[in-house]
Design a protein around this ligand. Structure first.
Ligand SMILES: Nc1ncnc2c1ncn2[C@@H]1O[C@H](COP(=O)(O)OP(=O)(O)OP(=O)(O)O)[C@@H](O)[C@H]1O
Length: 671
């Protein structure tokens, strides 16, 4: 970061990502500009929460917490709007770090998507890609949203307990200035120098008390801190003052009284916690605004869940399922939604003790009556009541998903698209809810190109004589659909689940069955399809073939023995000459790779090469083996066959260049 010092003011450049984000705010890609105030109030409220907590934990903190509140002040003359809080504030370093940079690691990627979406919009295309608005909504922009309505933003702040304050100022272009102040009130004041009103662009007059009142009521009513607005100075014509309650104390005294009454600030929000209000009184919109405050998401949630427990351990919970997965869903250390309150007092965000990790996308509030305000994360993890609450909340979320699946299939489809892969992690860790998880899960399948299926639907469609639920795992739908392992299943019209999430490799190993039907990989063990009669018939034929190919198979098993457990005839191939399979209880190569990536050593399991006795290449190989006495060349053919089988399942060759050399040599001879 470059800095240039004048006497007291330093100029800094914004970090690249921050600058791009600001650019978008300045050029305003988000149409509902009113939300800037919600964002500033939300930050102010967080700052007040933080100060109260810190004061609670640290007696020696030199801070005034007697009247924590938010002030909104508009000045029509100078066209400025100030949002002020007397909360925790920021140190100078914090200002530079929090306001000048965007620490979120997904930002660069997000910005790519955003500018693509914006370009598409500018070019008048309306493709499948999400609109820029939707994207920015998902990300949440917080403080920077001020630049949607202002051409200059000033922030004055002093961290509670510190002596000096800081002034930050920027026009939202490349740089900002920072100044140290000897004298600044505790907390933060953000002053926006407003752009000219342009109602067509939904840029309203944000100095209008009416507009401010409306926005605060709509977006921030539930904020528990008072949000005050200085009342408008009323121009009262002389001699027509409104009810002079103070009595006649002379002309000048009366003026003062009127002015004082006029200056009495108005509290704009009702400050009622939504979860404590009767359900019938809270509108959906109010829930959605609370969700946005808690989650920093600008989009509405997919589902709102309310729950209250009475008795010895009383609590209320208000949970939300977002409509989009956050970009950091699979990042280590990403935030975990739920906020903990104790008797309406905010205690902590990201309270991981309240829900299992596979429900980390759920946002919301849990307000418990009987916890200490000083409760720590460690204590929560061990608290029996919290563990009970955790179980109950998890069950409630899952039952909501279950209901959604039948009552609102489209919403469920969105849910599963966004969160299915995280939910499947639960199959590994949450034995208690495993059945429910299997019931709510859905999977791509060969039955339908577009529509996923549930396991129950799969079982209903199972053919006569089919005993197992078949699946294939791999990197992509096209790769697994075309894998040689699928041939016999396709030929016999047997449905196969197509599992392409990394987590699928793992949970299928852990879940033995669904409703008594075993889950079976198409690439493991022997396949045994069809009715008893058909099986019997095939078995007899196989024994015959086995005799026919016995010498070739044992020679190949020996030749490839270093890499393979066995070479045998296949019942799963119709078109391909060969494929590789794993033994029923062996770890698959994909899983081996995953364990290694996680730093766990697993023994390497040798696999099995299966040959298709109907295939001309295999037949030819068998014939040649019988006829020739020198098997050197045939050895190469066997190696090629092995390599081809590996490639066909999307695997990797141990010696790709060796493989290519032999192949090139063979091709050359065909010309
Ligand atoms: N009024 C304030 N008082 C104290 N700190 C503040 C205030 N406003 C912002 N901050 C600090 O600056 C950080 C960045 O704020 P910003 O609104 O840009 O993002 P955010 O609220 O963290 O998240 P998001 O970008 O998802 O909205 C906050 O996390 C907070 O630490």
């Amino acid at each position: 970061m470059s800095s240039e010092t004048t006497e007291t003011t330093e100029t800094f450049e914004f970090q690249v990502e921050a600058r791009r984000l600001l650019q978008m705010m300045v050029h305003s890609i988000y149409s509902n500009k009113d939300v800037f105030l919600r964002e500033l109030v939300s930050n102010a409220s967080d700052a007040l929460d933080k100060l109260r907590l810190q004061a609670l934990r640290d007696d020696s903190l030199d801070a005034d917490i007697s009247d924590l509140h938010i002030d909104i002040e508009a000045d029509k003359e100078t066209r400025t709007l100030t949002v002020r809080d007397n909360g925790i504030g920021m140190s100078r370093d914090e200002v530079v770090e929090l306001i000048g940079t965007i620490a979120n690691s997904g930002t660069a990627q997000f910005l790519e998507k955003l500018s693509d979406a914006q370009q598409a919009k500018d070019a008048g295309e309306s493709g499948d890609s999400p609109a820029a608005e939707e994207l920015i909504g998902q990300f949440g922009i917080g403080f920077y949203s001020g630049f949607m309505v202002a051409d200059e933003v000033t922030l004055v702040t002093r961290r509670a307990g510190e002596k000096q304050g800081t002034r930050w100022k920027s026009a939202g272009e490349g740089s900002y200035t920072i100044e140290t102040l000897q004298d600044a009130p505790q907390g933060t004041a953000v002053t926006l120098h407003l752009k000219p009103v342009d109602t067509e662009d939904r840029l309203y007059d944000y100095t209008s008390p009416w507009k401010i009142r409306e926005i605060v009521k709509r977006y921030s009513d539930f904020i528990t801190w008072p949000i005050r607005m200085a009342a408008e100075p009323v121009d009262v014509p002389a001699g027509q003052e409104a009810d002079g309650e103070e009595g006649e104390t002379g002309q000048s005294g009366e003026d003062e009284a009127t002015e004082a009454a006029a200056r009495e600030p108005e509290t704009l929000n009702s400050r009622k916690a939504l979860w404590a209000r009767p359900r019938s009184e809270v509108s959906e919109e109010e829930y959605h605004e609370l969700y946005k405050h808690l989650s920093h998401d600008w989009n509405d949630p997919l589902e709102t869940i309310r729950l209250a427990a009475e008795g010895t351990f009383e609590y209320q919970a208000l949970l939300f399922i977002p409509s989009q997965a956050p970009h950091d869903l699979f990042q280590q250390g990403a935030k975990r939604g739920v906020h903990l309150y104790v008797k309406r007092v905010f205690i902590m965000d990201d309270c991981e003790a309240l829900l299992p990790p596979y429900l980390r996308f759920v946002k919301g509030v849990v307000d418990a009556q009987d916890l200490s305000l000083n409760v720590s994360r460690e204590i929560l993890q061990q608290d029996r009541q919290i563990q009970l609450m955790h179980r109950r909340l998890a069950k409630k979320v899952l039952s909501t998903v279950k209901e959604m699946r039948t009552a609102a299939p489209e919403r469920y489809a969105t849910f599963w698209r966004e969160f299915g892969s995280v939910l499947k992690e639960g199959l590994l860790s949450d034995f208690e809810n495993r059945e429910t998880l299997l019931e709510v899960a859905s999977f791509a399948s060969t039955h339908d190109k577009d529509e996923p299926t549930t396991l129950a639907q799969y079982v209903e469609r199972m053919k006569e004589g089919q005993e197992h639920i078949y699946y294939v795992t791999g990197d992509s739908r096209s790769a697994v659909e075309n894998s040689p392992h699928m041939e016999a299943f396709r030929a016999q019209g047997i449905e196969v689940l197509l599992l392409t999430d990394p987590v699928d490799e793992v949970w299928v190993e852990a879940v033995p069955d669904f409703g008594g039907k075993q889950l079976r990989s198409v690439s493991k063990g022997e396949v045994d399809l069809g009715t008893e009669e058909e099986k019997q018939e095939r078995e007899t034929e196989r024994e015959e073939r086995q005799r026919e190919f016995a010498d070739l198979l044992s020679w190949m098993t020996e030749r490839l023995g270093e890499d393979l457990k066995e070479v045998r005839l296949s019942a799963r191939l119709t078109d391909s000459p060969a494929c590789i399979v794993s033994d029923t209880h062996d770890v698959t190569p994909a899983l081996e790779r995953m364990y290694r990536a996680m730093g766990q050593e697993v023994p390497h399991s040798k696999r099995i090469l299966e040959l298709n006795p109907q295939h001309a290449l295999v037949k030819g190989l068998n014939r040649a083996y019988g006829e020739q006495t020198d098997h050197t060349e045939l050895g190469e053919t066997a190696d090629l066959l092995h390599g081809m089988a590996l490639l066909a399942e999307g695997g990797e060759l141990e010696d790709p260049s060796g493989f290519v050399k032999v192949l090139a040599d063979r091709l050359e001879r065909t010309l």
